[in-house]
Design a binder for this molecule. Sequence first.
Ligand SMILES: Cc1cc2nc3c(=O)[nH]c(=O)nc-3n(C[C@H](O)[C@H](O)[C@H](O)COP(=O)(O)O)c2cc1C
Length: 227
Amino acid sequence: MTIKILGLNCSPRTKSNCAALLEHSFAAANAKLGGQIEHEVIHLKDKNILHCLACGVCGKRKDREEYIPCAIKDDMTEILAKMCEADGIVVATPVYFGLPSDLFSKFIMRTRVLRHQDFKLANKPVGVMAIAGRRSGGAETAIMATWLPFIRNGCLIVGNGDQTCQYGTMAWAGPPEHILTDEWGLEQGEQTIRRIFEVASLIKAGKTVVGGTTPMKFSYTAGNRPS
Ligand SMILES: Cc1cc2nc3c(=O)[nH]c(=O)nc-3n(C[C@H](O)[C@H](O)[C@H](O)COP(=O)(O)O)c2cc1C
């Protein structure tokens, strides 16, 4: 079974460690899996992504089941479609002040439209790779902060699988492509991709048995304070 995994590179740099780690990890995982992964990497830095305007337009109509797209016309339209189409998603981010990059934050807020459209990303496995310049520079906190919006989107968070069962990939690198000498980071990268593949395969096979639709329904009122 072919599994489509979408990589999201959240570094603003050319020849970034994130880009190198993603490419290495996909190649290494595919070598072990006999080429069962079809992958694409979106380099967010090359895309025109505007910040969410909080206009409150996107989502679905309150009176009937009709979806309303985001009002902003930029490259997010294409990125959101690719996220929906993928069987799994991997995010690679540099660690900035113990958090994912600001590019990630700007991008992820724009996925709110999918949440409001009855969780279009529901049940999609998501793994995270964080690259820090310093050992103990905040890779774990960056990974966990990256998880949170995906959980709100109904995604399934995965780590790096059974060998060490860490939170994903904690890589250690400074200058451009320095990551290619971080043996442990590279190994965790490959494991994270294989773990996403494993869970995505199970979900894809399960959908053929129980159906492909999600039971998750977005509500404008549940948990909201009446105004
Ligand atoms: C604004 C900024 C903040 C950073 N904050 C941290 C940090 O909190 N901890 C850390 O270990 N490294 C930090 N770094 C270093 C980067 O995480 C590191 O160089 C990483 O390898 C960059 O990945 P990239 O090449 O994919 O962009 C920071 C770098 C920048 C530019």
